[in-house]
Design a protein around this ligand. Sequence first.
Ligand code: FEO
Length: 393
Amino acid sequence: MVKVCEDVYWVGAVDWSERDFHNFETHRGLTYNSYLVTGEKTALIDGVKHKFVQEHVRKVGEIVDLKNLDYLIVNHVEPDHSSGVPEIVKKANPTVVCSRRGKEGLEYYYGCEGWDFKVVRTGDRIDLGNLTLTFIETPMLHWPDSMMTWLEERKVLFSMDGFGQHIASSERFDDELGVDEAVRWAKVYYANILMPFSKNFLRTLEKMKELKVNPEIIAPSHGVIWRNPDRIIREYVRWANFESEKKAVIVYDTMWHSTEKLAMAIAEGIASKGVRVRVFHVRRDAWADIMAEILDAKAICIGSPTMHGTVFPPVAGFLTYMKGLRPKNKIATAFSSYGWGVGAYEELMEFLRDMDFEVTEGIKVRYRPNEEELEVARNLGERVGEMVASSVS
Ligand code: FEO
């Protein structure tokens, strides 16, 4: 239990050992944040994953008698936050506050027989006596049920998954972990969870302005709490607008190192133009990290050998992942090696065009690239590098 500010406590759980969050590699674990607001009435903001519910109950019980809990705010139905909720309802029988889609989701997951629901919409308020909670619906940020809760008197925004990071730490605040470090993890989170909903975030920001929500503290449901809200809001605006850096990302896989040789030659060519390059192997590197680099890269180069006449399966898997996350504003190209059928190259190019990237002609080589072909790959890298350099000031 940690005091966030007057009348607000962190009562969440730190999951040091979890390494997979529905295919998002969580190298450093994660947290499930829950907050207790102790006005004249009390409100618990969100639950935790079920395996931590006893710890959750104990932490809340150190501050208030659970039987006196008035409200349980469910900002989001995804089970990492809601699977512990039925246990809290059973023990405390609070009024469960959520959006209309939130109620629907909770009923699908848990039945909710006999629960006392209060459905809220944007701008609705709950009076805790000396404190007020205001709700902001944020549909598809990142589920239809999602909402945020604003504690006006303490200027705390409980932002749910928004502004979250998947990192387990003993520190609870951004300035304790290090603000740059917190931003680094927030970027990985944004790229892998929120990127497809970038427009929704920008709309939420407008809504916050209309409602005069000007937080001094942003308390997300994962990771550390922001005591520097301006910094993370600024970063979010950059990410949501797909602002690019002078950077290119190369993602590849290889069977007998031919595609890999092309990747390295392209990287050399790009770097020779003063553009930063990051090279990733789809089976050796975490996809979550690759997506974080793609988020603000200006160019993507995808490489795959041809196997059974088509794209090498690990590359195809990564492309499916990337497609769902919908990165925008990119220059793209493909490179491939093949033996007797050129399927992979054509399929990669078609995929990149379908993503609405600015696609430039790539390279395909038979069996193993010779010196001449490696030179062509270096030239391709130089061309990509020039395109990046001229489009990012
Ligand atoms: Fe942290 Fe969308 O759940």
